[in-house]
Write a protein that binds this ligand. Structure first.
Ligand code: FAD
Length: 361
């Protein structure tokens, strides 16, 4: 029997939504989401697009292609206005980090600029940067949930079917098809397709076949604080250094992050982390010490120990069951980049970049 769908995508976070948009241009796609779109880490993300991350501000994997693909994906999803192309300011924590940042500015002048302490004070008087700051000009911030919504709307306009409140409990494959078992409206149902793409973020640990892979979850918490509409903080670019600070809607709130907990039993935010996050970020923006907390949220970043790159490809020993995860803290750059090439990788898995291919742990 012929399946109604070419690809079933399980999970509607950044990975699933980017895959849905890029695949729907050529294929019949069904998206199954257990809760609602962006119910996982993608609805928590601070929305920072920063291609020069880490203590040394080294470029992320395929950063130029990732930035181009992000713009291309915005255009396809009619979501360009969601993205604030302000750049990302990275105050150096100490003289040694300032040296790394100056090296990056010298090596990537098209993307970054070094700012002395005096320049930072002149342009961003609210920011404390005694060692100077790197301005990552090709970067910015956006609302991750709104982006997921726009991606799915565009996929839907191309013919994709999106079903929320539909949890997948199991999967299998035969020579002819891949099959998922879902519970919806109190009934168990099976749905088949040529292929299944699992994009379930931190919930991988609930499935032994995925828990056996080289994946690791890190809990992260964010705090939203209020900003007066006339405050200079409302017009800052996102800051990334001692944690990060992202203006949320350009006028009334800032998202401040983040914690990195490797051992955790649930995803509830904690008041202790809130205090630590604000205290650390106040080193870049002293006004934060007095800020009013609006709310806190936490999520799980899935990482691939050893590579710190995403993981994509058929599961070990499978042909029709694929996994797309491990986006770590770089979901906004990595999800569009890999999703764009999915139709090609599906046709020819040998074209998958070796660095991201699914491997046993
Ligand atoms: C605190 C924090 C801050 C972050 N900040 C940034 C940032 O500034 N910039 C950036 O680029 N990245 C950031 N990230 C990382 C980014 O959020 C993730 O890389 C990205 O959201 C992961 O997307 P995903 O689709 O893989 O997973 P998720 O967003 O977790 O999506 C998985 C989806 O699958 C669904 N699902 C799970 N199990 C099932 C099932 N059995 N059946 C059906 N559906 C299922 C879930 O409900 C969920 O909607 C941050 C992460 C955290 C935690």
């Amino acid at each position: 029997m012929q399946s109604s769908f070419d690809t079933i995508i399980v999970g509607a976070g950044l990975a699933g939504a980017c895959a849905a948009l890029h695949l729907s241009r050529r294929q019949r796609v069904l998206v199954l989401e257990a809760v609602e779109p962006a119910a996982g880490a993608s609805g928590v993300a601070a929305g920072l697009v920063n291609p020069f991350m880490g203590r040394r501000a080294r470029p992320v994997w395929r950063f130029a292609e990732a930035l181009d693909t992000l713009e291309e994906t915005f255009a396809l999803a009619d979501a360009s206005l969601l993205y604030h192309r302000t750049g990302v300011l990275r105050p150096a924590a100490d003289a040694k980090q300032a040296t790394f940042f100056r090296e990056t500015a010298a090596a990537y002048p098209t993307y970054t600029t070094w700012n002395t302490e005096g320049l930072v004070r002149e342009h961003f008087p609210a920011v404390t940067a005694p060692h100077g700051a790197l301005l990552v000009r090709m970067g910015g911030g956006l609302d991750g949930s709104a982006f997921v919504g726009a991606l799915l709307e565009a996929a839907s306009a191309l013919g994709a079917e999106i079903r929320a409140q539909t949890r997948v409990y199991d999967w299998k494959e035969t020579n002819e098809e891949a099959v998922v078992e879902v519970a919806a409206s109190g009934r168990i149902e099976t749905i088949s397709a040529r292929r299944v793409l699992l994009c379930i973020g931190g919930d991988y640990a609930a499935f032994p076949e995925l828990a056996a892979l080289n994946l690791h979850s890190i809990k992260g918490q964010l705090v939203r604080v209020a900003v007066a509409a006339d405050s200079p903080l409302a017009s800052l670019p996102p800051l990334a250094g001692a944690g990060y600070i992202v203006p949320e809607d350009r006028t009334r709130s800032l998202v401040v992050g983040s914690s990195y907990e490797h051992d955790f039993s649930d995803l509830r935010p904690s008041p202790v982390q809130t205090r630590l996050i604000l205290k650390r970020a106040a080193r870049m923006l002293p006004e934060l010490a007095e800020a009013e907390v609006l709310d806190e949220k936490a999520g799980a970043r899935v990482t691939v120990p050893g590579t710190r790159l995403p993981m994509l490809g058929p599961l070990p020993g499978r042909r029709r069951l694929w996994l797309f995860t491990g986006l770590g803290s770089k979901g906004l750059l990595m999800a569009p980049l890999l999703a764009k090439s999915l139709p090609r990788y599906f046709d020819n898995p040998s074209e998958l970049p070796g660095e991201v291919r699914v491997r046993d742990s």
